[in-house]
Each structure stands twice: as structure tokens, then as C-alpha cells.
Design a protein. Sequence first.
Length: 261
Amino acid sequence: MKLGLVVQSNMVRAHAAAYRVIHQLQHEARVGYALHFRPQQPFKAWSPLDRLMRNIKFSGINLAFPTAISTGVMRSPVGRIQVPDAKGTQDFFGLNYYSVDTVAFDLRVPGELFSRSFYPKGTDLADAGTNANTPEGFFWAFNWAVKTYPNTPIIVTENGIEDSTDRIRPRYLAQHVHAMWRAVNFNWPVRGYFHWSLVDNFEWERGWTQRFGLWGIDPKTQQRTKRPSADLYAEIIKENGLSSDMVQKYCPEIYSKLFPG
């Protein structure tokens, strides 16, 4: 774990060096970085052990880069490293958000610091169960970003869900756009949104097993197939907003949640 912190600190130093070179070459450029922000919540809010495990996981996953860039000191559960050159090297904050983890203390998993992360029963799960439709966490992410980087523009650089049948994606998209609208109404500086992804992509060690695209793809023939959520996203872009008619058309099962009464 300490070696991992050293690797991350070197990545932060590389970011800081690139930030300065880019601004030397193009003064008006906006330079930032994208963080895969993964909120956690304790399984039992009343349990001090669950809350402790949640806090350890949260800081370990989410705070190393942000603390380095906001304060010049990279902090993590296993230590801290001084990176003064990194402080303030950010013109915007890139937010990657997918879903929320629930964390519980568990003596049976020492390799995970005696905790396990999971989705509670009844969660709106994606195909492989590695992502879920938890739009409340998207709003939490904006709130965290505003507090961590005051007055810094926020650009959503990734947001989506694996869903080969497009069963969940329409309501995921609608509910997350709605959560972003809530953030904008707090006058938080949300400046852009990029859905992940336009077309199915090769997902690192998971290959083609996860389908994030608004358009499906056959890896052998490269044939593209449009999913219904692509039409929903096109309407959102065209109208620059989410309407009740769109929700009624593409994901009526959540209509009463987004438009109560």
C-alpha cells in the first residue's frame, strides 16, 4: 500500500509538471484531471466499526489526488507525502461517477482491511453487479467537489452504467441528469457533462464483458446497434434539459420519483 502511495505521488508530480508546460505553451488553456470518485456509506450507520471502515475506504479511494492538488500534501490511510509543486495545479475538476458502495466491518477479509464493499439487497444492479443505479451518490459527489475545490469549475468526464439490454440505462441517465440539475440549482459550478460511453468500449482487464455504450458494438464485425437510451440522450442534448415527456416515454417507472404530484 505504501508503494502504491509513492506511485500516486509520482503521478501527481507528473500532472503538476504537465500543467506548467501546457500553460507555458498555451496560456489560455484549461488544465485539470479526472478523479474516479466512489462514495461509500456505512452498512449500519449506528455501528462505529462500519463507520470506521467506511472512512478508511473513502479516504483510501478518493482523497490521495485531491489532497495533493488542494494542499500540496498527499494523504492516505497509510501515510502522507509532500508534493508542494502540485498545489493549485487545476483549472477544472473532472468528475467520474458511477455508483455508491456500502461498507461493513468483516473479520473474514483481512486482505480488504477487515471490510467488505457491496450493494444492499434491492439495489438497482447492472449486468455483472459491479455497478448500480444510485443517483443520490452523484449529488453527494458534486457536494464533495464544491467543498474540496471551492470556485473550481466541475466537468462530469464520465457517468454511465454497464447494461447490454438497455434495461437500466434510460432511468439511470434520467435520474443522474436530474441529480445534476439539483446541483446546478444550488449554483454549484457544473460546466459540462460527458456520458460514458457513446459506443461499447474495451474495458481494461474485463474486455468486452461490460457494455457501457449508448450504441452497442459487435467486436468482430464492428457493426453498431443503437440502444433506446441513445435517443433519450439525443433529446436531452437537443432540449438542453430533461422533460417529463422524456421520462414518460423512455423510463415511465421513475416518473413519480422525478415529478411527484
